[in-house]
Design a protein around this ligand. Structure first.
Ligand code: AMP
Ligand code: ZN
Length: 113
């Protein structure tokens, strides 16, 4: 058993505010939301960073993006939304278990900080 925060959520040891779940993915509301809707989509299997993905992970990453589309629909983000994956320190990654942010419900700006 590892002590990764998001693995604990995937195992049900910590209970986030879940918005989507299937056999491979879990999605929940971010504890520190940066937009009216801010969800995180994680694979239940531990993958630390984008740089740790292998060709065998292509399907799970595709499912994460499709889950973003489904969550956006169920959360009413008809005007659009932002998806973000931060990688390592320069990318601003704080939790080293990959996650796709889905942010919406307000106008996003560019460039990000
Ligand atoms: P990142 O900076 O891309 O690694 O994003 C990590 C995200 O996890 C941040 O937006 C945090 O607010 C969020 N986060 C940290 N702890 C929790 C938690 N217990 N439940 C939900 N979201 C969390
Ligand atoms: Zn993990």
């Amino acid at each position: 058993m590892n002590d990764c925060l998001f693995c604990k959520m995937a195992r049900g040891e910590i209970k986030p505010d879940i918005v989507f779940e299937d056999e491979a993915l879990l999605a929940f509301r971010d504890i520190n939301p940066q937009a009216p809707v801010h969800c995180l989509i994680i694979p239940k299997r531990h993958i630390a960073t984008l740089d740790d993905l292998t060709p065998a992970d292509e399907a799970i990453v595709g499912r994460m993006v499709r889950a973003a589309q489904q969550i956006a629909a169920t959360q009413g983000l008809t005007r659009g939304y932002r998806t973000v994956m931060n990688c390592k320190s320069d990318g601003g990654q704080a939790v080293y278990h990959i996650h796709l942010h889905v942010l919406g419900g307000r106008q996003m700006s560019w460039p990000p900080g």
